[in-house]
Ligand binder design. Structure first.
Ligand code: NRN
Length: 416
């Protein structure tokens, strides 16, 4: 099996990381046992572009257990764990990923497409976009794809609207058991994790500015408040701004927050949310980070052009010195700080996201040829099955509707 990783000798270390994740992803391991018996993915070729983490390895092994042949590229040049990549390469996965593969990022995607995939599994949309632009000849093999994250789903929805989407996509991100948990609690915790590992700074008492109050921003604002930070939210959407205000956060425009913020995090899915204008207003020593999928949320080019010097002062911390001597600290080159400076979301929450991925691929194969070239949600029965299985692993039992209640819910006559 072809592969390109940093160092195949790191495989043993990777094996330990993956074993740890397997012990904390009970729903996905349960699905792996089913897949081993049923082989629902027998003969299916899957090209994946995911963050190469210990959690992703558990998903990839599950797909392989189901009979699939899998090729994997990293979904961000800084998010690959080289030990996990080595472990996967040593275990029959065509893995093309190593930390820092900036220039070769698209070369890796081209390598995994050589598998001539029936199914694409994407995180952010670069694999799907490459297929629809540079490798259209491979589209004839594809029966469908899945998409892990908000940014990717947004891109595929635009492709559908413009009539250029050439195969059905399941928006795993939109599953309730994905974004209510992964985006909120996963991004919330792992972003704090990335900031702490990179800076080892105190959060309590700091002005912590969160740009974007979607599910990721909600989770992050709450986790930062839990650490004692004074959280400020910046938004462009009136409804989300209202929600943030009534959740007890200060809300103000970025140009005002820039003057008082100590730590800034972008989680908007948009571009240049922290621009030169904001950076010019920042205090000496301000820390800026991004936790959105792409690294364009912070205008790093502005920093590169306007700083008089820059220094890698800590791993994942670039110190930019401005003309007037103020220092600005950029984390992880502006790339997603949770995966670049830490390990991404915890395995216990990726358990549900990746259970949806595995069951969505199975559903795609079962519905081969019956779907249109559009973006589908995860079927609700799959979503709820993941929730039921997760509750069971947590030892949580819930009530059931009585026959009388079911009747009542379906009637309109009974009033006060
Ligand atoms: N540990 C992880 N492994 C991880 N943490 C977050 N993500 C991860 N993928 C693999 C992804 C989330 O599902 C990043 C995506 O952008 C987000 O949707």
């Amino acid at each position: 099996m072809e592969y390109k990783v940093k160092d195949i000798k790191l495989a043993d270390e990777g094996e330990k990381l993956v074993r740890w994740a397997e012990q904390h992803m009970p729903v996905l391991m349960d699905i792996r046992r089913d897949f081993e018996k049923e082989k629902p993915l027998k003969g299916v070729r899957i090209a994946a572009c995911l963050h190469v983490t210990k959690e992703t390895a558990v998903l990839i092994k599950t797909l392989k257990a189901g009979g699939a042949k899998v090729a994997l590229a990293g979904s961000n040049p800084l998010s690959t764990n080289d030990s996990v990549a080595a472990y996967l390469a040593k275990n029959g996965i065509a893995t093309y990923a190593w930390r820092g593969n900036n220039k070769e990022y698209y070369w890796c995607i081209e390598q995994v497409l050589k598998i001539k995939p029936h199914v694409t599994m994407d995180d952010g949309g670069d694999l799907i976009t490459t297929l629809h632009t540079k490798q259209k000849d491979l589209l004839k093999y594809v029966i469908g794809g899945t998409e892990e994250t908000t940014t990717g789903v947004n891109r595929q929805r635009v492709m559908e609207k413009e009539g250029i989407l050439r195969y059905p996509i399941i928006a795993v991100n939109d599953a309730m058991t994905k974004h209510f948990f992964d985006n909120r609690y996963g991004t919330g915790q792992s972003t704090i994790d990335g900031i702490l590992r990179a800076t080892s700074l105190l959060l309590a008492g700091k002005n912590f500015v969160v740009a974007g109050y979607g599910w990721c921003g909600k989770g992050l604002a709450n986790r930062a408040r839990g650490m004692g930070a004074k959280v400020i939210v910046c938004e462009v959407d009136e409804i989300k701004a209202l929600e943030a205000a009534m959740d007890g956060f200060q809300v103000m425009p970025m140009k005002e927050a820039a003057k008082i913020g100590d730590i800034f995090v972008t989680v908007t899915g948009n571009k240049h949310v922290i621009d030169g204008d904001a950076i010019k207003r920042m205090k000496d020593g301000a820390v800026i980070a991004n936790s959105g999928h792409f690294d364009n949320e912070i205008n790093v080019e502005w920093l590169e052009e306007n700083a008089v010097s820059k220094e890698e002062i800590r791993e994942n911390v670039t110190q930019y010195t401005l003309q007037d001597g103020r220092k600005i600290y950029l984390l992880a080159e502006g790339r997603l700080v949770n995966l670049a400076a830490a390990e991404g979301h915890p395995p216990d929450v990726m358990d549900m996201s990746f259970a949806n991925q595995a069951l969505a691929v199975k559903w795609l194969v079962e519905n081969k040829g019956k779907l249109q070239n559009k973006v589908y949600g995860v079927p609700e029965e799959i979503d709820r099955e993941v929730a039921k299985r997760k509750l069971k692993t947590m030892g949580i039992k819930i009530d059931r509707l009585t026959r009388e209640q079911i009747k009542y819910m379906k009637s309109w006559k009974e009033g006060t």
